[in-house]
Write a protein that binds this ligand. Structure first.
Ligand SMILES: Nc1ncnc2c1ncn2[C@@H]1O[C@H](COP(=O)(O)OP(=O)(O)OP(=O)(O)O)[C@@H](O)[C@H]1O
Length: 321
């Protein structure tokens, strides 16, 4: 069953140029996406591709400039009734940074009980049981020992596990994990990904998994054993399909480039990146500026996402307009 749909969502921001001039650009352009119950959707792309903005749109922290965000059939920015609060509860974010998102002056018990009590009336015992279950779920054990700790008494990996527990505290149906292991020590990443996958499978959650790292995307995909992937560039979806299919038969020149420089896309065109901000390209396909296959049409129009072997937005495939 479809849980959430994004329909032609665009987000336009402004850059300040000097004191008075502002210039608009698309942080997201014409994004359509279906998220079903129990789905895994992996979002891949380099820095500035719009991944975090997409995550913020899904959890309702960012209002689209254009387009619709539909949850359980209701447009959440038009519908102000009960469905809006249901949506805000059922769709949660696991933020990237475990260090700055946890309040330093609150104990684990206070951090976990706040979101639960915002939505539910529980007795003291019920609340404690719920928190213990949550800590067990994210493998902060023995849970009783963690309840009285402050964030500064936890390691980076434990902080991120607490972040995950906090997102799960209100029994969400859909979780957006925005680079959940990027800021965690490399040696702890696999453990956290394993826990996240175990939780997703156990609770039947839908998950949007955002990463700039193909090996991490691939590792997580194989833990879940299925899942759709979108490849983003300059606020656009340039390729969409099953992750293994995309990796074995990439279509878009950008995806091919990404795969070539795996294991890490951190250095992708970093020097060039300083000069070109692709989401600010106003006409045509933004990728044409570094695409070895660019044709005249690419600077005139922007290709739409079309079905080929899987979906791709590139004039190299299908009809040329
Ligand atoms: N509030 C904002 N105001 C203006 N521009 C913004 C805002 N938030 C993001 N941007 C810009 O929108 C574009 C997309 O940013 P976003 O953070 O979504 O990308 P990303 O793929 O998540 O990259 P990163 O991994 O570096 O966070 C970038 O050019 C960014 O500078």
């Amino acid at each position: 069953m479809t849980l959430m749909q994004l329909k032609n969502v665009s987000v336009i921001f402004e850059d300040r140029e000097g004191i008075l001039r502002k210039k608009k650009f698309y942080a997201l352009k014409d994004i359509s996406l279906n998220i079903n119950e129990d789905d895994l959707i992996t979002v891949i792309g380099e820095s500035g591709a719009g991944k975090t903005t997409l995550g913020r749109i899904i959890v309702g922290l960012q209002k689209p400039t254009k387009g619709n965000v539909i949850y359980k059939g209701y447009d959440i920015w038009k519908e102000k009734r009960k469905i809006y609060s249901t949506y805000r509860r059922e769709v949660q974010l696991i933020p990237q940074d475990p260090y700055s998102t946890l309040p330093f002056n609150k104990t684990v018990e206070e951090i976990l009980s706040a979101p639960i009590l915002r939505w539910e009336k529980l007795s003291k015992n019920e609340l404690k049981e719920r928190m213990i279950r949550l800590l067990q779920l994210v493998k902060l054990v023995p849970p009783e020992e963690f309840l009285t700790k402050y964030p500064h008494q936890l390691s980076g990996g434990q902080k991120q596990r607490l972040n995950i527990a906090r997102s799960l505290a209100v029994n969400p149906k859909l979780v957006v994990a925005d680079e959940p292991v990027t800021m965690v020590d490399a040696s702890l990443r696999i453990g956290i990904l394993n826990t996240l996958a175990e939780i997703k499978n156990k609770l039947g959650l839908s998950m949007v998994f955002i990463t700039h790292d193909i090996p991490i995307a691939r590792y997580f995909y194989h833990l879940i054993n299925r899942g759709n992937t979108i490849v983003m560039f300059a606020g656009r979806i340039v390729e969409e399909g099953d992750l293994e299919e995309i990796l074995s038969e990439p279509l878009h020149p950008y995806t091919k480039d990404l795969i070539k420089i795996t294991p890490s896309i951190d250095n992708l065109h970093r020097e060039e990146e300083v000069k070109i901000n692709y989401s600010r390209v106003e006409k045509g396909c933004p990728y044409r500026l570094r695409c070895p296959f660019a044709m005249p049409i690419c600077s005139q129009n922007e290709p739409s996402l079309e079905q080929y072997t899987h979906k791709v937005a590139c004039y190299l495939y299908g009809k040329k307009q």
